[in-house]
Design a protein. Structure first.
Length: 214
């Protein structure tokens, strides 16, 4: 039989994993509501809206968490207002939390204002994904977003870092970084599924199965 200590340890870990899944599902609702406020997003057909949202979800979870958090103090701030220290996330997030923290630090160094951040977040979701019904519409929207980014930066040249010649390419370089971090997150969910202490909620299971790159 399981020792009391092992039971207690598993209880703690189970609680952490449950919290991890709760944070993901809570973020999905917030991101869904946010996506619907992007001008033009709801003009896409319903299937494409759903595909774009589910494909980008983990990337958006990382991006928004990284932007909100305070890497200097090792503090993570989730969309429901919960503040956790990095060490409180290790049992559920594993090494993924360190990668998110590193990304957060590099993002903060870029001095994004809210408009640049909103454009970057929109570019994460408005991008070509396998299986789109109207890829051309998505591509045109993406081009429009990059134009908006350029105009915002040239019209607000007061921020010194934005005037650096390679700033826009560095900013757009965050997108492939997010995809790598997303794969790491999916691998973490895969590991937690194997451990089988807490079953993933149906929506996480669905996104996991639909976006598996491996």
């Amino acid at each position: 039989p399981e020792s009391q200590l092992q039971k207690r340890k598993n209880g703690y870990i189970t609680g952490d994993i449950q919290q991890f899944y709760d944070l993901l599902t809570g973020a999905l609702d917030v991101i869904r509501n946010w996506a619907e406020t992007i001008p033009g997003f709801t003009d896409f057909c319903t299937e494409d809206q759903e595909l774009l949202l589910e494909s980008a979800f983990v990337e958006l979870f990382i991006l928004r968490l990284a932007y909100r958090s305070n890497p200097e103090k090792d503090k993570l701030i989730f969309c429901n207002g919960l503040v956790l220290h990095r060490l409180q996330c290790v049992r559920s997030f594993g090494d993924w939390i360190d990668s998110i923290m590193d990304f957060s630090q590099s993002l903060h160094r870029m001095n994004l204002d809210v408009s640049l951040f909103a454009c970057l977040a929109a570019l994460v979701i408005i991008t070509d994904r396998h299986g789109l019904k109207e890829p051309k519409r998505v591509e045109d929207f993406q081009t429009h977003l990059i134009t908006c980014l350029r105009e915002h930066m040239s019209g607000n040249g007061s921020e010194a870092s934005w005037t650096q010649p390679n700033y826009l390419s560095r900013l757009l370089g965050k997108l492939p970084e997010l995809r790598t971090l997303c794969t790491q997150g999916l691998q973490r969910i895969f590991y937690l599924k194997l451990e089988d202490l807490v079953p993933p909620p149906p929506i996480v299971e669905k996104i996991f199965m639909d976006t598996l790159p491996f």
